[in-house]
Design a protein around this ligand. Structure first.
Ligand code: ADP
Ligand code: ADP
Ligand code: MG
Length: 445
């Protein structure tokens, strides 16, 4: 096992990695920006290195400074968390060139799966269904032709996009004429790559994703699936495991996920995202080649520590788990606590947390870097913590989440906590009748 690793991330995920590393006797170095000097991971890591000013481009995305920090401190491996460098194959390759282990898949499989166009191609090769759509579209004429075949409305997606950004719904031919060039321009600006693909725009569906682990030697297992249908602006708010899908469909999607990951000889933790429609059709959307924000719900029902598994695979110790060793039990729900105002279109609410008190008791887990007196910097995303509960079944888990939300006290910025109380009381949610349009159609606010 590694003696020392560097964590190229911030917030709750940096803390998450430190916790497992410490339990394994692995020393930690965390890099940070000047805005995060007083953040919890910086305070508790064995070492901390400032790599730049607040702007992510100058700090958390500053490859030369991060690699220098690793070499200076003698870290043997880098854990990228999620976001920032986690899905950047160039960074993974530079780590390799500098003799530092990147804790994640190879740059080759990241490259193959990294773009939405590439992901669709690999899905087709592994006989996994994708949403009706296209590869990269050369120009507006190609787009118009494709839309005619697919049928409106269609969705334009930046092939290199992520984090729910870089998507545009187009409902008519006239609209598409104007939107296509604009989408290319925005994709170039935000993701450094103008490539655009098109998919049929589906109005109503569930987001279901498969958690996989691979050893890079052809051995791939799944650790169940998650339902992440409660979203705002294509970003997840509440996730749960397992999903409420019928058992045969569940199994089919799990098999499809494993098949695809095996096809690319996947190493480490990964997630395959699927759309499931009302009629039980399922389509592969994309693979996230990293640990996911919502990995905790899968940890809770499997009793496994995904960061530990990631470190073991990266250190060359392999994956000592067969599919039949994975036993899933009970039901877990996660609420992402965001510092934002749900009544004002989820506008971010930075500032000082005057007082914070988390829930506790049986079956409650909190992963958060926030503390009383912590000032939320305005430069990064608004996630200040995750509240996770486990119980024997979904009904009890919902009641437990409601109890835990009521115990949670946050004075200072507005948060999404009150919204989640309403959701836990919602009859549609309780029945599991939830699709990604839930907030717009099923919640009276
Ligand atoms: P998850 O399914 O784990 O929520 P997301 O795709 O929503 O995954 O992204 C997780 C994190 O990574 C979020 O903090 C998001 O803001 C960030 N992120 C994802 N893709 C990008 C990207 N291309 N550029 C910048 N940040 C990203
Ligand atoms: P990202 O990389 O930004 O996470 P995804 O392709 O995973 O991009 O899509 C993010 C979200 O956008 C999905 O969870 C889903 O809610 C929505 N979405 C994706 N594809 C479609 C589609 N074809 N039709 C309608 N909504 C979609
Ligand atoms: Mg996604």
């Amino acid at each position: 096992m590694f003696k020392k690793i560097l964590i190229a991330n911030r917030g709750e995920i940096a803390l998450r990695v430190i916790r497992t590393a410490r339990e394994m006797g692995v020393k930690t170095v965390v890099v940070h920006s000047t805005a995060d000097e007083k953040s919890l991971p910086v305070l508790i890591a064995d070492e901390a290195v400032c790599v730049g000013p607040p702007a992510s481009n100058a700090s958390y995305l500053n490859i030369p400074n991060i690699l220098s920090a690793a070499m200076m401190t003698g870290a043997e491996a880098i854990h990228p968390g999620y976001g920032f460098m986690a899905e950047n194959p160039d960074f993974a390759e530079m780590c390799r060139e500098h003799g530092i282990v990147f804790i994640g898949p190879t740059p080759e499989s990241m490259r193959a799966l990294g773009s939405k166009a590439g992901g669709r191609e690999i899905a087709a090769q592994s006989n996994v269904p994708v949403v009706p759509g296209t590869g990269v579209l050369d120009d507006v004429d190609a787009a118009l032709l494709a839309a005619k075949q697919i049928g409106y409305p269609v969705l334009l997606k930046a092939s290199a996009g992520g984090g729910g950004r870089g998507q545009k719904v187009v409902r008519t031919q006239e609209e598409l004429r104007g939107a296509f060039g604009q989408a290319q321009e925005e994709a170039r600006l935000y993701f450094g790559d103008p490539a655009i693909i098109m998919e049929k725009f589906l109005e109503e569906f569930r987001h279901v994703e498969v958690q996989v682990m691979g050893d890079g030697q052809g051995h791939v297992i799944h650790i169940g699936e998650r339902d992440c249908s409660i979203q705002r602006r294509n970003q997840k708010l509440i996730e749960e495991a397992p999903s409420t899908l019928p058992e045969s469909l569940r199994q089919e999607i799990l098999d499809a996920g494993v098949r695809l990951a095996r096809h690319v000889n996947y190493a480490g933790a990964g997630t395959l995202e699927f759309i499931v429609d009302r009629d039980g059709n399922y389509y592969f959307m994309e693979m996230n080649t990293r640990i996911q924000v919502e990995h905790c719900v899968s940890e809770e029902i499997s009793g496994l520590d995904f960061v530990r598994l990631q470190l073991q695979v990266a250190a060359g110790e392999g994956l000592h788990l067969r599919q039949e060793d994975v036993r899933l039990r009970g039901h877990a729900i996660e609420c992402r606590i965001n510092a934002e105002d749900p009544d004002k279109d989820f506008r971010p609410a930075a500032g000082k947390i005057e007082d914070i008190h988390f829930a506790g008791g049986p079956g409650v887990r909190v992963d958060s870097h926030a503390y009383s007196g912590y000032v939320i910097p305005p430069h990064y995303d608004s996630l200040i913590g995750k509240l996770i509960v486990w119980h024997e079944n979904r009904e009890q888990a919902i009641l437990r989440m409601r109890r835990a939300l009521e115990e949670t006290v946050i004075h200072g910025p507005k948060t999404t906590v009150p919204l989640y109380v309403k959701i836990m009381d919602n009859p549609f949610y309780k029945r599991g009748a939830v699709m990604t349009n839930f907030l717009r159609t099923r919640l009276e606010v």
